[in-house]
Write a protein that binds this ligand. Structure first.
Ligand SMILES: Nc1ncnc2c1ncn2[C@@H]1O[C@H](COP(=O)(O)OP(=O)(O)OP(=O)(O)O)[C@@H](O)[C@H]1O
Length: 286
């Protein structure tokens, strides 16, 4: 091994350096995935248990060490079960590494501009404006990379071009399709009446019911952007990576959707303050 430097008896080589660097990236990615979610508490619980186990072992308390050892024995399996959503998201992030190569190819073939032309965002924005004004509840999932077949199959397949009138018809309270979420992929409404996973986040405002929880849950579990419009208040929220974006003007919502679709997002997602209302928000009037 090529020696890089030496601290006392410790010899540090290039391989060690790369090893520590990769572990740091891995830990940072794990931290980013579980930050703000209930998984942090579970992770800290497991860590505390592991530390106690080490102390008990060092103190040679055999009975306790054996009991805790049994827990540690099934630790990996327990972690996989407990952190299933986080592991899924992590693998999705890694999987998107292959997308990098695809993107280079697609950029060369001018795929991005084609995609943009296909997708008339104004149809969405006009529908959102009307839905807000008429206080019609709506849940829209934007998926950049996949058709989300698993979730689309919980509803009714449509595969129709995005269109303002169609969206308004779907979410109309008398429509048989209005319950649940619409999934949009590559400029097409893939399905309506879809059931989304519900978030277990404990820190949501009491006013947030199932529509908001499922918007958040979907963004926690998948690499999607979710737009929810409240039936009660007409408030529009965006959910991404397990976080809500503060009340936005419609122009800003449009910008966020386009940033997401073009994979060009800044990292300025913030959680909505508990109890915040549109009237209190400085950026409101969406
Ligand atoms: N898991 C889910 N997946 C998709 N849609 C859901 C899910 N749970 C609830 N919804 C939708 O949300 C609607 C009811 O939501 P609820 O009133 O509990 O939500 P809310 O967050 O308080 O929203 P609102 O402010 O519009 O009342 C349902 O009629 C359904 O259309």
């Amino acid at each position: 091994m090529t020696l890089l430097f030496k601290i006392g008896f410790l010899e540090v080589g290039w391989v060690d350096f790369i090893d520590v660097f990769l572990v740091s990236i891995l830990l940072y990615q794990i931290y980013k995935l579980i930050r703000g979610s209930i998984a942090v508490n579970i992770f800290l619980g497991i860590l505390a248990l592991y530390l106690i186990y080490l102390i008990v072992q060092a103190a040679q308390m055999e009975l306790l060490a054996t009991i805790l050892g049994q827990f540690m024995g099934v630790g990996v399996l327990a972690m996989i079960i407990l952190f299933q959503p986080e592991i899924r998201k992590f693998l999705l992030v890694i999987g998107r590494g292959t997308e990098f190569r695809e993107n280079i190819f697609k950029t060369i073939t001018n795929w991005r501009s084609q995609y943009h032309d296909d997708f008339d965002i104004q149809q969405i924005m006009e529908a959102a404006k009307t839905l807000k004004a008429t206080r019609t509840g709506a849940l829209v999932v934007f998926s950049r990379d996949t058709e989300l077949k698993f979730y689309a199959e919980t509803g009714d397949a449509l595969n129709a071009e995005v269109n303002k009138r169609l969206l308004l018809s779907i979410f109309n309270k008398n429509s048989p399709l209005h319950d649940g979420a619409v999934i949009i992929h590559k400029g097409r409404i893939k399905a309506a009446r879809c059931v989304l996973p519900v978030s277990e986040n404990d820190h949501l405002p009491a006013t947030f019911g199932l529509r908001h929880r499922s918007a958040l849950g979907m963004s926690e579990n998948t690499d999607t952007l979710v737009m929810a419009i409240s039936e009660e208040t007409g408030r529009l929220i965006l959910a991404r990576n397990g976080k809500f974006l503060k009340a936005l003007k419609l122009k800003q919502v449009e910008q966020k959707i386009l940033e997401y679709l073009h994979n060009d997002e800044p990292a300025n997602w913030e959680e909505l303050h508990v109890g915040e209302t549109e009237a209190e928000s400085p950026t409101s009037n969406s």
